[in-house]
Design a protein around this ligand. Structure first.
Ligand SMILES: NC(=O)c1ccc[n+]([C@@H]2O[C@H](COP(=O)([O-])OP(=O)(O)OC[C@H]3O[C@@H](n4cnc5c(N)ncnc54)[C@H](O)[C@@H]3O)[C@@H](O)[C@H]2O)c1
Length: 362
């Protein structure tokens, strides 16, 4: 285990990069040495905010800098592969923002490179470090919901509008990582519709429906052209239901003790095939959720994985499954909603969630 100082260089000083720099600087025995960005104005902001950090427009030299043990990359998605590849080839541990790369092949190449050299490769699927998302996983693991029927995510806002990826890649990448974290596998098929209103060929609104290997259905509404900022997921289970809202900072998780019970009934035998549906309205429980800021926890996990040599929960396997699902969703979009098959998802937890549910009699 490496207990010494870890020196990090950062690439990309746009909207998101400074959050990573701030969180890394707050960690013990971590030094952010240099931030690189081709845009000098962005670097001036970094220099003002973090006077001890050097700034440069020389991105290539910063990626391969001998001083750095690790490189964090928060740049447009189209640049991720080349920057991460060069950093890994120079022997650096790498943290890249989500989504990992524009294609599955590029993700796999980075993954092989990192594995072959024994380097940590982590991806900015920051919701895996969100305390509410983790609380929901605890509840799912306990088997309290019974069989999970379906999930629905809404992720909308007005902006930020991107020009290198559509709203699906920018926003639904989060929900796909969350679904995979909860369900223990990636989706197997997708149908999607979307529309480009602002820039030709870049969808501002996407509605996608996924089917998971164990039968769960999950849908996502992703849009940067919407008056309201919503980050919400509803999970409907056989016994209970959950609503998670990232906008509710105090009480992000609500567990609804509601379900529909099916009983056989002679009285209904003629009209409803012998079954009676009974709606059960129980309590709404708001579990206590506490935890550190997700970006801070994500950066801490990256550094711990470097020190301990253990695989990150937000590693290349999960990130590649997310890109696999995104690429298939794009295919369905291009074919105007035709179903697209997605290769087998491996999942970060090897079906642990489902095993726990089975053990709990779900
Ligand atoms: N995890 C999250 O919640 C979250 C939130 C926002 C953004 N992101 C991700 O962070 C990444 C950056 O997003 P952003 O909102 O900061 O974008 P941005 O456009 O605000 O900033 C990107 C920065 O990268 C710089 N840049 C462009 N090309 C470069 C290159 N070849 N080499 C080095 N720098 C280059 C730009 O000058 C700019 O300063 C994206 O992958 C995005 O998906 C993640």
């Amino acid at each position: 285990m490496n207990q010494g100082l870890i020196t990090v260089n950062a690439i990309g000083a746009g909207r998101w990069g400074p959050n990573l720099v701030r969180s890394l600087r707050n960690l013990p025995l971590v030094r952010v040495h240099q931030v690189a960005d081709p845009d000098g104005a962005r670097l001036e902001l970094i220099a003002r905010r973090f006077p001890d950090v050097r700034t440069t427009t020389d991105v290539a030299a910063t990626v391969t800098d001998d001083v750095a043990d690790a490189v964090v990359i928060a740049t447009p998605v189209r640049t991720h592969f080349d920057l991460a590849r060069r950093a890994l080839q120079a022997g650096k541990h790498v943290f890249v923002e989500k989504p990992l790369c524009p294609t599955v092949e590029e993700c796999e190449l980075l993954s092989e490179l990192a594995e072959g050299r024994g380097l940590t490769l982590a991806v900015g699927h920051v919701f895996l470090f969100n305390a509410g998302i983790r609380k929901v996983r605890e509840i799912l693991d306990s088997g309290a919901l019974g069989r999970v029927y379906h999930l629905h995510a809404t992720r909308t806002n007005l902006g930020p509008i991107r020009d290198d990826v559509n709203a699906l890649w920018d926003l639904a990448s989060h929900d796909l990582s969350i679904f995979q974290y909860w369900l223990g596998a990636g989706p197997s098929e997708v149908t999607a519709h979307g529309e480009s209103y602002l820039k030709t060929g870049i969808e501002d609104v996407v509605l996608a429906s996924y089917r998971y290997p164990s039968g769960e259905m999950a849908s996502v509404q992703a849009s940067w052209l919407n008056p309201r900022k919503v980050r919400e997921i509803t999970i409907v289970g056989e016994r209970k239901m959950i609503v998670w809202s990232d906008m509710d900072v105090i009480e992000p998780v609500r567990v609804y003790d509601k379900n529909v019970q099916t009983r056989s009934s002679a009285a209904y035998a003629d009209s409803l095939g012998g079954f009676q549906m009974q709606i059960r309205e129980g309590d709404v429980v708001i579990p206590h959720v506490s935890g550190s800021e997700p970006v801070a926890a994500e950066c801490e996990h990256f550094i711990e994985c470097i020190r301990d040599g253990r695989p990150p929960i937000n590693g290349a396997a999960l990130a590649t499954d997310v890109v696999r699902a995104l690429a298939a969703t794009d295919e369905s979009l291009r074919r105007r909603g035709a179903m697209a098959l997605i290769g087998k998802g491996r999942g970060p937890s090897g079906g642990r969630v489902r095993a726990a549910r089975v053990a709990a009699g779900a």
